[in-house]
Write a protein that binds this ligand. Sequence first.
Ligand SMILES: Cc1cc2nc3c(=O)[nH]c(=O)nc-3n(C[C@H](O)[C@H](O)[C@H](O)COP(=O)(O)OP(=O)(O)OC[C@H]3O[C@@H](n4cnc5c(N)ncnc54)[C@H](O)[C@@H]3O)c2cc1C
Length: 410
Amino acid sequence: MRDHADVVIVGGGMVGLALACALRHTGLRIVIVERGEPPVRLSLGRDCRVSAIVMGNVRILEGLGVWKHLKDDAGPMRSMKIWDNQEQGGIRFDASEIEEDALGYLIENSCTQRAMHKTLLDSDDVEFYSPAEITAIDWQPGDWSQEDCSKNPARVRLADGRVITTPLIVGADGGRSWVREQANIGVWQRDYAQKGVVVNVRAEHPHRGIAFQRFLPTGPLAVLPLSDNVCSIVWSAENAEADRLLAMSDEEFLDALNLTFGPVLGRITEAGDRAAFPLKGQLAKHMVRERVALVGDAAHCIHPLAGLGVNLGLRDAMVLAQEIADAKRFEEDWGELAVLDRYMKQRMPDVLSVMGSMEGLHRVFTTNIPGLKEARGLGMRMVGNAGAIKHLLMRNSTGLSLPVPKQIRT
Ligand SMILES: Cc1cc2nc3c(=O)[nH]c(=O)nc-3n(C[C@H](O)[C@H](O)[C@H](O)COP(=O)(O)OP(=O)(O)OC[C@H]3O[C@@H](n4cnc5c(N)ncnc54)[C@H](O)[C@@H]3O)c2cc1C
């Protein structure tokens, strides 16, 4: 069986689907190959994997037509309070300071994916092959018939025997990307030796749309506002401690959580099932090579302490989609390195700056060096009091000031 696609996206997670949504009206034929998403793990009846989508990216989802399927499931994050173990300093960010209703929204990952699938229903140009797996990529299949604008398309072979030719393969297949490996692209890696313990909880008092982030010497504890007054917890802890948190009875866990978080929301009274995810920092040494582009976690994984991983990935998807659409308009081959380089060059400053800040924050908040601890408290107070700097920081971290297309021009 022989087939042709203008773009083959490997991985139908949030980032791969976002790319397909962005390309769905460009007239290109898109194939998504998804090997079968992992089953959703429920906690208090909700997906325990939750992402904070910052306001700049909410605008992207609006532009893509995804938001209308998602907004009823999204919990607004109207402000964020950050403080550390020393109780010194502490800082609060309010959406009203940047003239917005919310800094972002908390959404279950499975809801985002469902909304993206719904969005794709309005296009006949996107096909979803799942469960399906690519078993081989032939980068230069020689005199394979010319069905597209590229002179030398790649050829992918699926486990069911299907063969697809394509000028561009996009690796959207997560942190352990198979596509990245096949393209011989190495990674820089940083193992935090931590896991993120995730669980949904209910507390005595309503969260009022406030996200709480408490930095502990062992890692951050985030309490994030979901809809219906449920909070999503991401508790980053060293591996042994995370395993201990997972092994506790519900009662022991609630005691440990209340003791660590404090009475900010009254007592946390109910906790659902817990799950844990290993935390690592990772950056692909190249985001592209001829006929391949990496997006999302396949290109970069970051510590979830500021909840920006999928936010970076959505911006990758938008910039790559625009480069592909532009290349089509100007009759260029969008799998060529010169085109893909334009994508990489636009994305690197954002990726490096977010990765650098996450690493810096992680170090500053896990340090035990006495002088640095005091400087940290002072720094937080200074940012909290310096209106212009705080405003700039907020617009940058919510993605509102980044030059990323909100809709694809065709
Ligand atoms: C505890 C925790 C909390 C987080 N919180 C936030 C947050 O608040 N905000 C935020 O922005 N980010 C957050 N993140 C990060 C975010 O979850 C990831 O950045 C995001 O899920 C990456 O999406 P992706 O589509 O790139 O990859 P993935 O979600 O990993 O999706 C990859 C897809 O590819 C498929 N696949 C893999 N290999 C193959 C193959 N060989 N063939 C076919 N298909 C394949 C998989 O089945 C999967 O569906 C958090 C991460 C963790 C661990």
